[in-house]
Design a protein around this ligand. Structure first.
Ligand code: NAD
Length: 377
């Protein structure tokens, strides 16, 4: 029997993205899978039901019908414990699952022996790039954050020479130059601003410059493990703050994107720094989801302090749901392809992409034949 793939509508507030698009549905069907989709799945991302039907999906009335008996379940947001309880014992679940973030979710996954692949655990290797949902979604988030900043700013971004005189370009600073930060820099540059960026990983200097930005050197270097940043020491943080506070007095727009894996967002822009900025300046804090890089950020709100507007938007990737879903669904398809052999599920636990991503850990007898879901034809 062909592997059954089930996809239910996302239920998290504000979530418009989907883990399966008509494009990837067609690819799964071509790979021998049978795909069941809850009606209305792609509505928020502008993928209509007939497009899924044309791609070979069976449209079903509700989440229960989509998930019951499915061998492989795809999602964007972590499903609530109640949804996990609908899955069949030993089903495979692929998505951004954050199992440890919610004990009830973790318990529900384990009670049903769900083979969970939280894609945020995927190693950031070259081979995994085509499956890297953190990168694809951060790209959309960085782009949208800069557009929000441009929208909130009471200025033009580009330099303009007009009959009413010359307008100087906006000075934009991007805090943190990971995937989101680099996309924010590229977006500000396309809009004509003068752009600077800084990061604690020294390799970002060249990356920022390659996008036409200027690297702001705050004298702190803190590369950590796995290509990520480490948390700063108190001395490093004080030095970064001192130099940054002075510099911010000259900046019109700040987009914050700094993160350290597994920790709350580092606090980089203090209330005193905000008060030292020019009235009419704007801060957009993309790190709001994990507490914010600015001390004054209120997640989900836009506030004003001393004439400076501070926005902490949530669901940024979801606000570009169509392209964010296209990228996410391709990432998911590329990952799921590692599990599909001749239309059935099989697990090669010698493949580090599977072994390091599965949660909580690979089965003890790490052979495909002994894996819990070597579900067969
Ligand atoms: P992230 O979201 O964890 O962090 C965003 C940025 O914040 C990082 O660049 C980090 O260095 C920076 N940061 C942390 N603390 C800071 C501080 N106090 N001040 C200033 N900046 C600070 O990072 P990400 O965007 O997910 O990318 C992390 C790394 O992974 C990067 O090196 C990226 O190039 C790499 N990566 C590799 C692959 C791959 O090869 N498959 C794919 C994606 C990303």
């Amino acid at each position: 029997m062909a592997v059954i793939i089930g996809v239910a509508r996302e239920t998290a507030a504000g979530e418009r993205r989907v883990a399966l698009t008509p494009e990837t549905c067609k690819k799964f069907v071509a790979a021998g899978a049978s795909v069941r989709v809850e009606r209305g799945l792609g509505r928020g991302a502008h993928f209509p039901d007939p497009a899924y039907a044309a791609a070979g999906a069976q449209l079903v009335a509700d989440a229960d019908a989509a998930l019951a008996g499915a061998d492989l379940v795809l999602c964007v947001q972590p499903p609530p414990a109640a949804a996990i309880e609908r899955l069949q014992h030993g089903a495979v679940l692929v998505g951004t699952l954050q199992p440890q973030a919610d004990p009830a979710r973790a318990a529900a996954l384990q009670a049903l022996a769900i083979v969970a692949f939280p894609l945020e655990r995927l190693p950031r290797t070259t081979r995994a790039q085509a499956m890297d949902v953190l990168s694809s979604q951060a790209g959309m988030a960085g782009y949208k954050a800069m557009l929000i900043a441009a929208q909130l700013a009471p200025r033009f971004f580009p330099m303009l020479t007009t009959a009413a005189g010359t307008i100087r370009p906006s000075k934009v600073l991007v805090v943190g130059a990971g995937v989101a930060g680099l996309q924010a820099i590229a977006t500000a540059k396309r809009l004509g601003a003068q752009v600077e960026g800084f990061d604690v990983r020294p390799e970002t200097r060249e990356q920022i410059q390659s996008l036409g930005g200027k690297f702001l050197d705050l004298g702190v270097s803190a590369a950590g493990e796995g290509g990520y940043a480490r948390a700063l020491t108190d001395e490093e943080r004080a030095e970064q703050q001192r130099r940054l506070g002075e510099h911010l007095k000259t900046i019109d727009v700040v987009v914050c994107t700094a993160a350290v894996p597994g920790r709350p967002a580092p606090k980089i822009v203090s209330a005193a720094m905000v008060e030292g900025m020019q009235p009419g300046s704007v801060i957009v804090d993309l790190a709001a989801e994990t507490g914010g890089n600015c001390e004054l950020t209120r997640p989900g709100e836009t506030i004003e302090r001393a004439g400076v507007v501070i926005a902490g938007p949530l669901d940024l990737a979801s606000s570009g749901a169509l392209h964010a879903s296209e990228m996410y669904a391709r990432n998911v398809f590329n990952f799921a392809s590692l599990l599909l052999k001749d239309g059935a599920l099989a697990f090669d636990w010698d493949d580090e992409l599977l072994a390091k991503t599965v949660w909580p850990q690979p089965p003890a007898a790490a052979t495909p034949a002994a894996a819990p879901l070597a579900s067969a034809t």
